[in-house]
Ligand binder design. Structure first.
Ligand SMILES: NC(=O)c1ccc[n+]([C@@H]2O[C@H](COP(=O)([O-])OP(=O)(O)OC[C@H]3O[C@@H](n4cnc5c(N)ncnc54)[C@H](OP(=O)(O)O)[C@@H]3O)[C@@H](O)[C@H]2O)c1
Length: 285
């Protein structure tokens, strides 16, 4: 598996398996077991997905050594603030049944961002978390918050796919050696993306699936990709990205699909309150 080196010296597998909206009724367990069997070694979950316990059980039951699997989770906004965040990190670890997380992110750029980041730094210093990052920080929010952090995040997980290529944000991240991790790398399964004529034409020319063209584009742009699938055939093909490459002309053509708009705008008024009301992290069952 191809890896990137983070700005703190740790490594991260370039392809991760995302479990957003995968139900915790056995489906997450089965999906993560299948993903690990298919060769994934990077799992992306979050406290707000309420499926950490199944992720952890699948990891343990896989028999794969813990150090061979990169596990990310994220702090939900109901737990922001120095004290609450410290407890929330421990709750995530308890649900996962793990001693440490490879990567832990501030899931959203709202409320007490500074106090929460201090809690993440403390957890890293205590050995509970190896690397620290953020998520959904736009260029403006990055410039507002990051200069006040003692530790520069190693990664910003944001929406990224050919229709939204984060042109404002990427130079800021590159300047500080910060990786971009692409959420919804397949546009959340958006039909217009997966059936776009340009992408389908490339898929035919490279003898690949449209999804593989999209993910390969994102990798060549230097992103970590986090495709989600509960379909075993898709899981396998979303990982088979390292035995071909897109040429410069095709990369340029894919860059031209950018619309400069995502499906969700973190700066939209009321977004923080909407998210706080929508997702609630449950306590340990
Ligand atoms: N930090 C954040 O705020 C945030 C927000 C959203 C997502 N994320 C992360 O990013 C991950 C992925 O994002 P996402 O779940 O929105 O969507 P995604 O990976 O862009 O798309 C998932 C959809 O694409 C379909 N799909 C997957 N592989 C395919 C293939 N090879 N061919 C055709 N269709 C395919 C899936 O259906 P099948 O199951 O049928 O394959 C599913 O409907 C999440 O699980 C989560 O870990 C983070």
């Amino acid at each position: 598996m191809h890896t990137y080196v983070l700005n703190d010296g740790n490594s991260i597998p370039a392809v991760g398996f995302g479990v957003f909206e995968v139900p915790a009724d056995g489906t997450t367990y089965q999906a993560v077991r299948r993903a690990l069997d298919a060769g994934y070694r990077h799992i992306d979950t979050a406290a707000a997905y309420n499926n950490e316990a199944e992720v952890g059980r699948a990891i343990r039951d896989s028999g794969i050594p813990r150090e061979d699997i990169f596990v990310t989770s994220k702090l939900w906004i109901q737990d922001y603030g120095l004290k609450k965040a410290g407890l929330a990190i421990r709750l995530s670890l308890a649900k996962l049944g793990l001693d440490y997380l490879d990567l832990y992110l501030l899931h959203q750029p709202y409320f007490d961002v500074q106090g929460s980041w201090l809690a993440l730094e403390k957890a890293r210093d205590e050995g509970l978390v190896r690397s620290l990052g953020v998520s959904n920080f736009t260029a403006r929010l990055w410039q507002e918050h990051i200069p006040r952090f003692a530790t520069v995040p190693c990664l910003n997980q944001v929406e990224f796919h050919p229709f939204f290529q984060q042109r404002d944000l990427r130079p800021l991240l590159e300047a500080q050696g910060v990786l971009l991790a692409a959420w919804s790398p397949l546009g959340h399964g958006m039909r217009e993306l997966l059936t776009h004529p340009l992408i389908c034409d490339m898929a035919a020319r490279y003898h690949r699936e449209p999804a593989q063209i999209i993910l390969r584009f994102e990798l060549q742009e230097g992103c970590v990709v986090l495709p989600k699938s509960t379909n075993p055939a898709h899981m396998a093909s979303n990982l088979a990205l390292f035995d071909f490459g897109l040429n410069d002309r095709d990369m340029e053509a894919l860059r031209s699909l950018d619309t400069n708009h995502g499906t969700r705008d973190p700066e939209e008024p009321g977004r923080a309150e909407y998210l706080l009301a929508k997702y609630h992290v449950r306590s340990l069952a």
